[in-house]
Write a protein that binds this ligand. Structure first.
Ligand code: NAD
Length: 909
């Protein structure tokens, strides 16, 4: 069987919005509005027919052994060299073998299909078994012209052969006429086009049906035996008319792609064929025709092999990566239609030495470097001495192709002084995976897109054009991998191995799916037991989740062990080590419930819950922690619960087990610190079988596990620097819970412990959480006991004897009243003094007199709220009133301005 064995396409990333053409030139040529839909593809300034052909060919060759190619046919009407074989440049760029037949097919829009027929017939009749046919075109048009709207740039590539055929070649039929609908004189840049009506009526609508009908007659088929009909025609209505004439229903007719890229000349029939193949299923029959001074028609039947093709960009991938621009001036500049001042730096010599190009052809055109056979170091360019200082071997390098090796940006710059058609000139160092570096120009990107670490791929582009001698110098450049910038900011787990216990359902399942989606390899542990942990369990829960992960393209293995036994824990970790070689992440999630009020909480229910939650976490964490320590990296997430953190009626067993996990975390965070093992705890709230009967139905509906997963996934990531923290998470609300310690008070001394009465008297200071803080570890807590921080709080009992008390101060208030300052003052000052020595008093100032009353005034002018100790300090001058107010120790409600009179009205100290 002979036929198509692979396909590929390349449409440039840039697309010019056709409305931009109309907006710029509609004043001159209003009729172009009729075809101003969508956008046309346009080459970047450094792209031409050769570079597009290389890109489409690489796409077609992906997943195949390119050394098996016996021939390369290049079809185009815009080849940069009239006498230097252009197919030879493409072959050198692809680094194909040297004993290969290369040939250019040109001078007609049907050159692509003619090259394809020639290749298929060569495979049928000669010793050439695998031929790559690539068609490409970048046609020039004058501005403000229909053809500027209709045309697009692009390339398509089809490999043909006699093995692994994806579309069997059934036959072809060609007609040839010297029908001059347009022509391009050999010294001219632009096409000369005859009247459209004539081109349509006498050309497209007669010649294409003639060839297609001729083929159907030759093969004895009818149009009913065609599932996809491919033929170009940029006159939209005429395209439909031709299909009608052939009696092909509209659903069979493959789109001309006017809206997405425009007509790509000699490449267009093959580009439409690639689009048809992308959407084809086995047994589909495709008829493709190419038009231009006659017509070629070919018929194919798709085989099962199409389902086995490696993933490629194709037309769909090119479209996904498109960037639509509306800058018509940029189009003119990139097309060299307008002349801009390029500065004297642009006058630097651009001549290429053919001797050097020949000697270094593999390096310059094929991006071939070297790899040391002794130490394996890769380097570009290939040299006589290995670049590895520890090796330094001489003449040890074998050829090593860099063009397809993944790379990342190591450094970059944007240079506004350097000559560039699309300033700033962007260049920098790229680092190849597996070794080797390369100083590259960056293309198909804006300066803002570049980032250190951004994945890039190499592309074959024009480097400089020697206009004086008509020579184009090609080289490899780096372009950001499409979509990589968006991926870069994402939390990823590529190469990481995660164990999730109880991942067969509920929260664990969602954690597993999300981590797998982000690149982690997963051990899905689940016993598959009942909600209360009774019964023997089943493997189906874990298996289902593993299937889900695999179906989404991830990697996972199942484990059915019980976390509640030490052997189970060991086996779960062993599953990860056996399958993936390491453990990076552990989420202790498995859980059961056995709720009972405390007196009914029999030992077996207590023990069952402790065994799964607390002992289960211990059983799995211990061997996992060892594996993480050996790796120098680990992320562990414990699962607590609001029941443990705050209490919940009927869950003494569960609360105790869940809070014990916080204790496990507190110490493990210390032991894991030096190995970059971070341990955190999640307190989730999510709809699952554990909560369906304890949650109100309306909350159950709103709380999907998917709202908890982002927090857990973050805690498992390299980006997470936190360790030893607890996070509540559910329904899209996330906050931190912590164990805090209040500032307290130092009572008694070493020789004399305080009395219970002192505890009572100082209860407010002991109990206060004002200024409470977290404590790093037990040692820090003990240190604070030995040397408590000076909180400024004094024993309330001692203060009574030693200085004025609150009551005493109010007793002396009338004595301290300064009547001379009270002229015209009419105010009631209410004091609310907190603490054991506090109480409520109000001071009335009226008619230059003052009265002090215990209790609350009916309508105070202002109310001052302060603690007993702070009040004493304020009155005795130890605490500045303004400081007391700004620090929050003193709170004033009501008329704040009046409160400022107090200092003048009373002289107490
Ligand atoms: P779930 O019942 O849907 O999932 C728990 C999974 O653990 C089940 O698939 C179960 O088969 C598995 N499992 C039970 N015992 C096991 C054992 N011994 N070995 C291995 N696997 C076992 O429950 P969920 O709501 O997803 O709960 C997950 C975790 O979150 C539990 O630790 C639970 O206590 C905790 N939690 C959940 C909520 C919530 O709102 N859902 C609230 C607080 C805490």
């Amino acid at each position: 069987m002979i036929g198509i064995t692979s396909y590929g396409a390349y449409i440039p990333r840039l697309r010019l919005d056709r409305m931009a053409i109309f907006q710029a030139m509609g004043w001159f040529a209003p009729a172009i509005m009729m075809v101003a839909q969508g956008h046309r593809s346009m080459c970047n300034w450094d792209e031409d027919s050769i570079t597009m052909a290389v890109a489409a060919s690489r796409d077609s060759l992906c997943g195949t052994d390119k050394k098996k190619l016996d021939g390369l046919f290049l079809a185009s009407t815009t080849l940069p060299f009239a006498d230097r074989q252009n197919a030879g440049i493409v072959s050198a760029a692809l680094n194909l073998k040297e004993n290969i037949l290369t040939s250019d097919f040109t001078s007609s829009q049907k050159a692509g299909t003619s090259a394809l027929v020639a290749a298929l017939e060569a495979v049928r009749g000669s010793g050439l078994k695998n031929i790559l046919v690539t068609a490409t075109d970048r046609r020039e048009t004058k501005t403000a012209y229909f053809y500027e709207m209709w045309f697009g740039d692009g390339a398509a590539s089809v490999a043909v052969g006699d093995k692994d055929v994806i579309a069997e070649f059934k036959g072809s039929y060609s007609v040839s006429y010297d029908f001059v609908d347009h022509y391009r004189g050999s010294s001219k840049k632009y096409d000369y086009v005859w009247e459209e009506r004539w081109v349509r009526d006498e050309g497209y609508s007669k010649i294409i049906p003639e060839a297609i009908n001729g083929l159907m007659k030759k093969l004895g088929i009818t149009i009913d035996q065609v599932d996809k009909l491919v033929f170009p025609c940029f006159f939209k209505a005429e395209h439909s008319n031709i299909a009608k004439k052939l009696k092909a229903s509209p659903d069979k007719v493959v789109s001309t792609m006017h809206e997405t890229c425009g007509d790509t000349g000699a490449a267009h029939s093959l580009l439409m064929l690639v689009s048809a193949l992308e959407n084809a299923k086995p047994k589909d029959r495709i008829l493709v025709a190419g038009f231009g001074q006659g017509c070629d028609a070919l018929y194919f039947e798709v085989t099962e092999n199409i389902t086995k093709l490696a993933r490629r960009n194709g037309v769909k991938g090119s479209d996904k990566n498109k960037k639509v621009i509306d800058n018509y001036m940029k189009w003119l500049k990139f097309r060299d239609i307008i002349q801009t001042e390029m500065g004297i730096r642009a006058e630097a010599p651009t001549q290429t030495a053919m001797t050097a190009l020949w000697r270094k052809r593999k390096m310059l055109l094929g991006m071939v470097g070297g790899k040391c056979e002794k130490c394996g170091t890769a380097q570009f360019p290939k040299m006589d001495i290995c670049v590895n200082p520890a090796c330094g071997a001489v003449k040890s390098q074998i050829e090593y192709e860099f063009a397809d090796v993944p790379a990342k940006i190591k450094t970059f710059t944007g240079d506004l002084l350097a000559v560039s058609v699309d300033p700033p000139h962007k260049y920098g160092m790229v680092q190849f995976e597996g070794g080797g570096r390369f100083m590259a120009d960056f293309t198909d990107c804006d300066f803002e897109d570049l980032k250190v670490g951004l994945p890039v791929q190499l592309v074959f582009r024009k480097r400089v054009e020697d206009k004086e001698r008509g020579f184009i110098n090609y080289f490899w450049k780096a372009m950001p991998v499409p979509g990589a910038a968006e991926e870069m900011g994402k939390v990823r787990f590529d190469g990481r191995v995660a164990i999730i216990t109880g991942a067969g359902a509920g929260l664990g399942r969602v954690y597993a799916l999300e981590l797998a989606k982000r690149g982690a390899k997963i051990v899905v542990n689940d016993l598959g037991g009942s909600r209360d942990g009774s019964g023997t369990g089943s493997s189906s829960a874990a298996d289902r989740v593993v299937d889900e992960i695999k179906a989404a393209g991830g990697e996972a293995v199942a484990n059915y062990d019980n976390v509640a036994t030490p052997e189970g824990g060991e086996r779960i970790v062993k599953t990860a080590l056996d399958a993936f070689g390491k453990v990076d992440i552990l989420i202790n999630n498995a859980g059961i419930l056995r709720d009972k009020s405390f007196l009914k909480m029999e030992p077996e229910n207590w023990k069952a819950v402790m065994d799964v939650h607390l002992t289960g976490a211990y059983n799995v964490t211990r061997p996992a922690f060892k594996a993480m320590r050996d790796n120098g990296f680990g992320r562990i997430v414990m699962t607590t619960s609001a029941a443990g953190l705050y209490g919940n009626f009927g869950q003494t067993n569960y609360s105790a087990a869940k809070m014990a996990l916080v204790g496990l975390m507190n110490t493990l965070k210390l032991e894991g610190k030096k190995y970059d093992i971070k341990v955190n705890t999640i307190a989730p709230l999510a709809a699952s079988r554990l909560t369906e009967d304890v949650m109100p139905p309306e909350i159950f509906e709103k709380s999907k596990p998917e709202f908890v997963a982002p927090m857990v996934v973050y805690l498992c990531s390299e980006e997470c620097r936190e360790s030893g923290a607890i996070f509540n998470s559910g329904m899209g609300y996330y906050n931190r819970a912590a164990i805090l310690t209040g500032p307290g008070i130092k009572l008694g001394d070493a020789g004399k412990p305080p009395t219970p009465e002192q505890i009572s008297e100082n209860w407010n200071s002991i109990n206060s959480m004002e200024g409470a803080k977290e404590t790093e570890d037990a040692n820090s807590a003990i240190f604070e006991l030995i040397a408590p921080p000076d909180t400024g709080k004094k024993d309330a009992g001692e203060q009574k004897g030693a200085g004025p008390d609150v009551k005493g101060i109010f007793g002396k208030m009338t004595e301290a009243f300064n009547a001379s300052a009270a002229k015209d003052v009419d105010a009631v000052f209410q004091y609310v003094i907190s603490g054991s020595g506090g109480g409520n008093w109000y001071v009335t100032v009226k008619d230059s007199k003052c009265t002090v009353t215990e209790g609350m005034a009916e309508k105070p002018t202002c109310t001052l709220k302060i603690s007993d100790g702070d009040f004493v300090e304020l009155i005795t001058g130890k605490l500045n009133p303004m400081q007391a107010f700004t620090s929050g120790k003193l709170k004033i409600e009501g008329d704040i301005m009046k409160s400022q009179l107090i200092g003048k009205l009373f002289k107490l100290n």
